[in-house]
Ligand binder design. Structure first.
Ligand code: ATP
Length: 515
């Protein structure tokens, strides 16, 4: 069922101009995608909603747009040159590459699925089924859960110790086979650095080796004092940035969930040392509220990290229930003073803040919120895509595909439709209404096909309102306005349309709900 939803989602994205595979005429490029006309609008709206919620709604957060190329030493200081690796393993027979940790996680997922099946079976057998009791007492379920837990713990330990030999040992002990070929003939596991590199034209050798940034955060760290001085912000304050990031993922997977070129929305919040846990809690709550303003709460959850990255003293993910299960959508990390300190050491420049209230200099601590635009896009589409049965014009059952995208994020806010296209005065009137509306929001004019089909086309791209111009319009200057979800139609004066649509689709409502 969920797999089915995922397939439908991918083909819907292609069919309606949301997302195309990159370089499709050359059979595509793995883990890279292009956003079509509808996708570009939706993506811009997601970015705008994040930017406004973070920058516009907080006096003490300012924006930045730093370059993708940065001095190569930045990636040495941040730890990416030495430690931004994934464990890679090749299957000698199929020649396929895998992430060793994902193969092992696959075993945990299998056990989890077995447990869920057992619970479901039992819940059908017993009337007053006590799930918690069953999970903690059924011998088979307890044994599987214990096994899953043991595997997860050993995996986390091997990953944080960088113990590649133990990952290989786990693959062998668990008898993991290549999902494609069934072969168990694996190479050793080795570290693979995820940064893409390129060469600057005017500097030869390693000094001219540039990296495509794997995160936007470092551009914020190295500009921390520039921004603080030019904006006269006082700690605590934040710097936000939206931009492309690049990771040479071993396996590009699950559509736009794991890409090699993607976009991040990151915010680094600089705080007094010692106050970071308070701010970590604050941003945890704030970011969850932002998600819940556009996503049902049941599809979101917090997941604390099993193993902390070298720079963090606390970290969690906000997970979303994608069609392939709960997975990371956003990370919230207390990054301590690791990055600023490292840049201070390697550059030899002071990156300290003078706190006028304490009358002392210090390197601030940092709480980071980091979300992928593309994963948010996939979350919005997952929530939105619905197929439902509705009555057609003759009252018969018909199915419609509708994207219930929150109106403020919808690519097109309003479609303008003359009821027929062979009456010149109707078309002229519709065109003049379209011209009046387009300065206010994204509109579409459509006169092709029967009105019912045009409504369906707009439903399929998530347009919240359709305005229909008919013969009555010519008499009393009113139009029908149709709402996407309820399909209710109302007659309203032409002069009111812009105001109605703007009030319902503008971002200010969502933003106001966050305070
Ligand atoms: P994962 O564990 O899924 O690889 P991560 O922990 O490496 O993710 P972060 O480094 O915390 O991810 O990056 C912050 C955010 O950037 C993630 O929450 C995710 O939304 C997004 N992101 C990271 N890698 C990718 C990718 N390859 N494709 C799309 N989005 C990504």
């Amino acid at each position: 069922m969920q797999e089915d939803l995922f397939k439908r989602l991918v083909s819907h994205c292609k069919e309606y101009g949301f997302i195309y595979p990159s370089s499709e005429v050359y059979d595509g490029l793995g883990g890279v995608y292009d956003y079509g006309p509808m996708g570009a609008e939706l993506k811009n709206n997601i970015k705008e909603y994040w930017w406004k919620a973070i920058v516009q709604m907080h006096e003490n957060i300012v924006g930045l747009d730093s370059a993708i190329f940065m001095h190569p030493k930045i990636w040495k200081a941040s730890g990416h040159v030495d430690a931004f690796n994934d464990p890679l393993v090749d299957n000698k027979d199929s020649k396929k590459r895998y992430r060793a940790d994902q193969l092992i996680e696959g075993e945990i997922d299998k056990l989890q699925k077995k447990i869920d099946k057992e619970v479901e079976k039992a819940s059908k057998r017993f009337d007053n089924f006590d799930e918690a009791m069953f999970r903690s007492t059924n011998p088979r379920v307890v044994e599987w859960a214990q096994r899953a837990d043991d595997i997860a713990k050993r995996l986390a330990k091997a990953l944080s110790a960088g113990d590649m030999a133990d990952l290989k040992a786990q693959i062998d002990e668990l008898g993991i086979a290549d999902p494609e070929s069934g072969s168990r003939n694996w190479t050793e596991v080795r570290q693979f650095n995820l940064m893409f590199s390129t060469q600057m034209s005017n500097i030869a050798g390693d000094d001219g080796k540039l990296y495509l940034r794997p995160e936007t955060a470092q551009g914020i760290f190295v500009n921390f004092l520039n921004v603080q001085k030019t904006t006269r912000q006082k700690v605590p304050f934040g710097i936000a940035q939206i931009g492309k990031a690049f990771r040479n993922e071993i396996v590009g997977r699950q559509f736009i969930f794991r890409m090699r070129e993607f976009e991040q929305m990151e915010m680094q919040f600089f705080v007094r040392p010692g106050s970071e846990m308070e701010w970590y809690e604050y941003w945890k709550t704030k970011r969850m509220a932002w998600h819940q303003s556009v996503t049902p709460a049941a599809k979101l959850r917090f997941k604390p990290h099993e193993a902390l990255a070298h720079y963090a003293n606390a970290a969690l993910d906000i997970e979303f229930e994608f069609p392939f299960g709960f997975k990371e959508l956003e990370g919230i990390h207390s990054r301590t003073d690791f990055d600023l300190n490292s840049h201070q050491e390697l550059s030899g420049r002071k990156l300290q803040y003078f706190d006028p209230e304490l009358n002392e200099n210090y390197v601030p601590y940092v709480v980071e919120t980091s979300i992928g635009v593309d994963r948010m896009f996939l979350a919005v589409m997952t929530n939105a895509l619905v197929e439902e049965t509705v009555p057609d014009a003759q009252g018969e059952d018909s199915t419609r595909t509708v994207l219930r995208i929150p109106p403020a994020l919808a690519p097109v806010k309003c479609a303008v439709l003359p009821i027929v296209r062979n009456k010149e005065e109707l078309v002229e009137k519709a065109r003049s209404i379209f011209d009046r509306l387009k300065p206010y929001f994204q509109c579409q004019y459509d006169e092709k096909d029967a009105i019912g089909r045009r409504y369906r086309r707009q439903d399929a791209v998530g347009t919240p309102y359709c305005i229909t111009i008919d013969f009555e319009t010519m008499e009393d200057d009113t139009v029908t306005i149709r709402e996407r979800d309820s399909m209710k139609q109302e007659r309203v004066p032409v002069a009111k349309v812009a105001e109605i649509v703007r009030e319902k689709t503008d971002m200010h409502r969502l933003l106001a709900s966050l305070t």
